[in-house]
Design a protein around this ligand. Structure first.
Ligand code: MF3
Ligand code: CO
Length: 250
């Protein structure tokens, strides 16, 4: 069941999303050759605590960290640890925030120093697919309009999308209905109404969209070991169009 949010509630989710996007400003400054993914996690945790917010992933099904940090062939849910970022890597940083009981969720993928043309293109196309999908987040459209915006853009550029994971409703909880697929699914395909709040999150692979979960029970990697990119925003469907709730004006 989709729990619609009032404009007051959407405002609260945006307060959570503002803290989240400010946290990205700190993390972007810190992403460089030699930093460990755990050090990035420590920066995010301290920042959220300082802002009186809470990490939404920490403790969720016993997930052990504030961030998911996924490097190169890692798709999502990389657990921060001793891995040091290297020049030329691409790194996905995913954050969930709870503020005054309201949840927001977003992810960016970045290059570490100079990255190859191929990797630049993968990041660019994946991010573009997120914004094309957000344009479809309007009342009267269906989830499939969002899904196909992601899918068509990525496939047109020779990439494949991950089918084993999807975006989701969000706001009162981290994961709510509806599921927001990145491909044409036979699952539920509700119409979007004002007050629907969703996390749209293209997960896009250079090679096959097939993935595996590592023995840590979390880290999702590409089956063919090729690169993957992930971008995500929390977006509200309003009477006046899509509103991105995880993008601070700064
Ligand atoms: N952004 C991811 C998601 O939407 C991260 C979840 S990590 C978890 O669903 F630990 F919270 F599961
Ligand atoms: Co999410």
């Amino acid at each position: 069941m989709i729990k619609l949010k009032s404009s007051e509630e959407i405002k609260r989710i945006k307060e959570s999303g503002d803290i989240l996007s400010l946290c990205f400003i700190e993390l972007k400054k810190a992403v460089m050759e030699g930093i460990t993914t755990k050090e990035l996690d420590d920066i995010a945790y301290s920042f959220l605590v300082k802002k009186k917010a809470k990490p939404a992933f920490l403790g969720y099904y016993d997930y052990p960290a504030t961030l998911c940090v996924s490097v190169n062939e890692e798709v999502i849910h990389g657990i921060p640890g001793k891995r040091k970022l290297k020049r030329g890597d691409i790194v996905g940083i995913d954050i969930g925030v709870i503020y005054n009981g309201f949840f927001s969720d977003a992810c960016i993928s970045l290059g570490v120093g100079d990255i190859s043309k191929e990797r630049q293109k993968l990041l660019k196309v994946t991010e573009e697919s997120l914004y094309l999908a957000i344009e479809k987040a309007i009342a009267g459209n269906r989830i499939s309009d969002i899904s196909l915006a992601v899918y068509n853009h990525c496939v047109d550029h020779g990439y494949d999308v991950v089918r084993d994971f999807c975006g989701h409703g969000i706001g009162f909880e981290l994961h709510e209905d509806p599921q927001v697929y990145n491909f044409r699914s036979t699952g539920p395909n509700p119409r979007l109404k004002p007050g629907t709040v969703i996390a749209i999150e293209p997960m896009v692979n250079q090679g096959t969209g097939e993935v595996l979960v590592l023995e840590d029970g979390w880290t999702v990697v590409t089956q063919d070991n090729k690169d993957s990119a992930h971008f995500e925003h929390t977006v509200a469907i309003t009477e006046s169009g899509p509103e991105i709730l995880t993008r601070h004006p700064d």
